[in-house]
Design a protein around this ligand. Sequence first.
Ligand code: VG1
Ligand code: CO
Length: 579
Amino acid sequence: FKVSRVDTTPFDGQKPGTSGLRKKVKVFVQPHYLHNFVQATFNALTEEKVRGATLVVSGDGRYFSKEAIQIITKMSAANGVRRVWIGQNGLLSTPAVSAVIRERVGADGSKATGAFILTASHNPGGPNEDFGIKYNMENGGPAPEGITNKIYEYTTTIKEYLIAADLPDVDISTTGVTNFTGPEGPFDVEVFDSASDYIKLMKSIFDFESIRKLLTSPKFTFCYDALHGVAGAYAKSIFVDELGAQERSLLNCTPKEDFGGGHPDPNLTYAKELVARLGLGKSEPQDEPPEFGAAADGDADRNMILGKRFFVTPSDSVAIIAANAVEAIPYFSSGLKGVARSMPTSAALDVVAKHLNLKFFEVPTGWKFFGNLMDAGLCSVCGEESFGTGSDHIREKDGIWAVLAWLSILAYKNKDKLEDKLVTVEDIVRQHWATYGRHYYTRYDYENVDAGAAKELMAYLVKLQSSLSEVNEIIKGVRSDVSNVVHADEFEYKDPVDGSVSSHQGIRYLFEDGSRLIFRLSGTGSEGATIRLYIEQYEKDPSKIGRLSNEALAPLVEVALKLSKMEEFTGRSAPTVIT
Ligand code: VG1
Ligand code: CO
């Protein structure tokens, strides 16, 4: 093949957000748009790193992925990349990409050096919806801010990109290696099975035999909903073939370019079918709900865990996994190195860390901040309130891992007594609250609000936060039963490993009784702005841990809305999504 240099001009707004560049498909299909971003990434990585590299290129299979894979392959060839690895049909979940970078050995003994992941995660897909791309590093984790800022800088000055325009399209539907020769030597494309490396890794972490016992016990019933995302490419092999679940326990497990028209976000609002089956919908289900239900997002890095008629908050989920990991999961049997959560995630994990005397870290929103801690051996288990849970087995959050972790805990708690009354998901959570106290928690999202209005609201809160007496006066005027704010700030994180500083990571109001209100702007949307409001209240008193979450949090919610003048700034009298 030949290398062509193509003239181009910069596009505005190619700044990677919390997790890569996410835009409407209509934006991505503009001539040169994707090309500019990919070339800017190569430039940011530097020629030295790109020449001879082995790059994974795949994603959740959403609309425009197939075209994007061909473009990136041709640009890789032209930029001196030695090999491109592609999951069959272009499918690899985000956690599987991370596993492949870290674990896979290529047909010729090579190892991957990085990846382009093609996904907009939980955002809908299709010609009128979203596409996204992000770059992951040699450790399997998202590029750190130092790199993403450089990528952005290059997108603002780009003048040309390199492409092997005459390289034939590769057939990504069949596994195997295709060899090409360019001006500087060989270039290979290897298409491989999307699931096998990931499954191998899962088998090395969990005791599949004990999970199989649980899943095949007549006492236990199970349901998994992939929401037509890429988790479907793993679900049957893992849950049915390996672990013995019944085939009809899988819902929406065929990956689709448009996720069946749905919103592939595993929460109580969007995973409607699963929620109804578990007895958490508006009307009673026809059949007795299963004991356990779980869902994944488009790229399968998120998870929602449900018990029969019971919702596990993601903040509780990571705390419960951390509290039980050493006993229930072989990978952790020699102990946890430490635990970490993102700032807006509830402090349930903090309490576990304190009890178990574990190192603990609070990082900004987004998985990229956990990677350094894990690479330095400081953290084993981590999570976010946004349905993200994971561990140092890879450098991404991992939806199926979280399900296997919960199944392991259930298997452990029911060990030797599968004939008796089952210890349920709800039992495990209530027992956890009784031991550690309960963190009532909710998140309000105001999606697609006017970007200017969102900025004004945040600026107002930053200013207000500097005067605690004013804050407390407002609060007393709204609810006298809410405690005082004792500290407020804009969260800033100094990475303990490399010393890098990330500022403006959300506004925090911390209350005397341990409650917290947090406001931040989303960095993953593709249109307008999304304001996120996180509300949390800690209850230690065992007689008060059984309340309904929305009732317990009502006073704090009222305070948050008045304090932020939410309706005044945004014109919204209610959030678009509550999780
Ligand atoms: C959101 C979540 C954050 C998560 C990120 C990527 O970011 O809040 O916790 O890490 O999505 O998840 P933001 O900036 O919109 O709040 V995924 O599954 O969309 O890659
Ligand atoms: Co995701």
